[in-house]
Design a protein around this ligand. Sequence first.
Ligand SMILES: Nc1ncnc2c1ncn2[C@@H]1O[C@H](COP(=O)(O)OP(=O)(O)OP(=O)(O)O)[C@@H](O)[C@H]1O
Ligand SMILES: [Mg+2]
Length: 448
Amino acid sequence: MTATGDTVTGDADIRDAATGVPAAIELVGVAKDYQSRGRAVPAVSRVDLEIRSGEFFSLLGPSGCGKSTTLRMIAGFEEPTRGRILLQGRDVTAVPPNRRDVNLVFQSYALFPHLDVAGNVAFGLRRRGVKGRELRERVGSMLDLVELSELADRRPRELSGGQQQRVALARALVNRPAALLLDEPLGALDLKLRQTMQIQLKAIQREVGITFVYVTHDQGEALTMSDRIAVMNGGRVEQLASPRDIYERPRTRFVAGFIGTSNLLRRTVRAVDAAGPDGRPTVVLDAGVEERLSAPLHPQTGPLRAGDQVELTVRPEKIEMSATRPDGPGCALRGRIVEVVYLGTYTTYTVATHGGNEITVFWQNSTGASNIAERGDEIWLSWLPEHSYVLPESVDLPEADDQPEAIALPAAVALPEAVALPASVDPAEAVDPAAGTSTDPVAYRVSH
Ligand SMILES: Nc1ncnc2c1ncn2[C@@H]1O[C@H](COP(=O)(O)OP(=O)(O)OP(=O)(O)O)[C@@H](O)[C@H]1O
Ligand SMILES: [Mg+2]
């Protein structure tokens, strides 16, 4: 698939219209097979994406979907099996990590225990010969940015997890890379701290204006911070869009299920109205007596005919419940409440519809609105058709081998020595090009 078409990336062109500035990071048909016991293990099947300069971009997906592999290919620690990587328009596919203007921050951000906070942040700059006033100013302004100036002379063991994380961030940012790559950097923190750090990270990113590429399997995290999100599944990008579009208009069944809670109703198409209420094609689905079910056709869904099986998706918070049949042209289904779970700010109702679906409803517990119904009650569910979508079961993703430019590596053939992929680079072994040594355990330089 291409994640660069209009429907996938959303609105604007990647290039700045006025200046023609190329994308900060571009992946063109990038794939990665690991070699394990003489066999090719596909980790990334085919990824095409463009990350804009100054953007907070997230790679989101379940464990094993290829997020870290993609990030490590951008950093240069893994070599793509196929495809090309461009940084600011320059092809860096064959460029080693230390010549790429990017910094990688890992989940395990081991700081130098024997250096204080300021020393940790200053480390990389010192090795590159920055000293005196410039060193003090750069370290000072970075500590201000991450709000650690007060703790400048503390040792890492005297800091909380979130404070340590901010030192790691400052240590990477002080190098002024064109892009910062972050692989689940908040994974070790507890939920509350993680949420605080998410807001801070986003604020810091906005302030420094550096492109952030953020890897996470936490959808809330991605929705909170990102300008755009690439949702990955099985080594591919299933949708690339803004958080709102990902949530409101999931493009595939997988995205609808992975992001938040979504109701998926498998139904038969009764009719297709080519020009629905707002001019968009609308699908009318089979429903019971007095019930109504219709939804806009997702742009990615191919043409449909009466009798086709489809899935309709609707978010739990979009659904109204009422004792009597609602008026109006919206969707309306009958059901019986089978489960009620009180969750403080809202209550979750599980409703078994007469048509055989189970539908989850989130009901906000605002004043006077709670306890509207009980387990066993017969109720009506209703929502606006535009709050739901008819989805294709899966996106039509071309196989990597279909791509003419792809140089397929025969499966089960070990790579010859000469093109052997670099073994994953342990941060502890990372080489600082400026110093030619390998002592910085985390925020090592891979640029300048
Ligand atoms: N060095 C390796 N050799 C062989 N297979 C690997 C190697 N590294 C990763 N893989 C496999 O490649 C796939 C993608 O791994 P990757 O680390 O990119 O996933 P991820 O999305 O970052 O997952 P997680 O959220 O668990 O970190 C997985 O199936 C993994 O088992
Ligand atoms: Mg990972």
